[in-house]
Design a protein around this ligand. Sequence first.
Ligand code: SF4
Length: 197
Amino acid sequence: MSFYDIKEQILMCQDCKQKFGFMPKPVFHGKEHSKIMQIGQAPSKRVHETGRPFNDPSGAKLKYQWYQITDEIFYNEDNFYMSGMAHCFPGKHPKGGDNPPPLACANKWLAKEIEMVDNELYIIIGARAAKYLFPKESFEDLVFKNNPLNGKPAIVLPHPSPLNVRWFKTHPSFEETRVPEIREMVWDVLGIKNSEI
Ligand code: SF4
């Protein structure tokens, strides 16, 4: 099956319709040869409504504060392939926040995307996605080092959601020292020089 076929099948997937109680809307983005494969947890309600990945407060922090890149660079499909454990917004949890991403989506689609996308660098976003891809390692350890995944380097990020404020308060060194290292790796893969930003 070609990469194009996989993308078409993901776009048509309605496996979680009953579980969600509404029509699933797969949101993902990129090409087979995108330089960076970014793997999040699940699209937010705003991403579900707009159909544009990372078009929410979490995305703003990720793009403008951590990577310090423009939307033009971020949404260029040559640069980023954006996927997630779940490709659809999983609905709101009655106690607040979103429902967890359905694991079945990661097993069915993400595994195939990882196999087929010819990227140079992985960026894994959030503790759930990290646990799925690195089940034996502690999240704290993963965030502060470069990790091997599928024979390539993988960066693990805490979720940039404003709801994650407690983690940032208890781990100030992440934004002070680790984010500049991560930015350098991202810029390096994308071929960005300081003078271009
Ligand atoms: S979350 Fe994944 S498995 Fe569920 S409907 Fe969306 S694409 Fe299909």
